[in-house]
Design a protein around this ligand. Structure first.
Ligand SMILES: [Fe+2]
Ligand SMILES: [Fe+2]
Length: 178
């Protein structure tokens, strides 16, 4: 039994693919709320920026190295480039006034890029490959590690690091498994 299963209860999955899909949904919902103008915009945007920043970082530091293989290499190289493009939009948004004219347009472009990257590239193409390459125990082990880092990052306002992470795409670490 994984440590997070003990903390969060036995029904909590730590399958890395389910965790990442849940994080994608959280990001989608936050963008939707901000676009609709519901709730405290500033608080929602900070929450969105923190979630996106931490999500991209745990994918680059834990998930991608864990699943790096001949079959996934090209997709992962493309993924870190897409993360860079998303971080650049996010860095711009972080410096803008929430009621500025360009904010809405830029947020919408962010939404389109997140949609393409998270749903089309990751969920539709990469995740089915990962599901066939790794057992559920292996996916749970990767998920455990990823959740620990995600929760650590989220305690330190990870959005603040985004502007300094926009010069170049993340270097992918060598494979950590297989
Ligand atoms: Fe990603
Ligand atoms: Fe993702």
């Amino acid at each position: 039994m994984g440590i997070l299963r003990k903390i969060f209860g036995k029904d909590t999955t730590t399958d890395v693919l389910e965790i990442l899909e849940a994080q994608h949904r959280e990001v989608d919902e936050l963008i939707e709320l901000i676009e609709k103008g519901e709730g405290d915009r500033r608080a929602l945007f900070t929450e969105l920026a923190n979630n996106l920043a931490a999500h991209a970082t745990v994918e680059e530091k834990v998930f991608y190295p864990a699943i790096m293989a001949k079959e996934t290499n090209d997709m992962l190289q493309e993924s870190v480039e897409e993360h860079l493009a998303i971080r650049r939009l996010l860095a711009d948004l972080i410096t803008m006034k929430l009621d500025a004219d360009g904010f809405k347009a830029k947020l919408h472009v962010l939404k389109e890029q997140v949609d393409h990257h998270a749903h089309k590239e990751e969920e539709d193409e990469l995740f089915p490959k990962v599901r066939s390459m790794f057992s559920s125990d292996e996916r749970a082990a990767i998920g455990n590690e990823l959740l620990v880092m995600f929760h650590e990052l989220m305690q330190a306002q990870p959005y603040k690091n985004v502007p300094s992470e926009t010069a170049a795409a993340a270097e992918l670490a060598p494979p950590t498994r297989r």
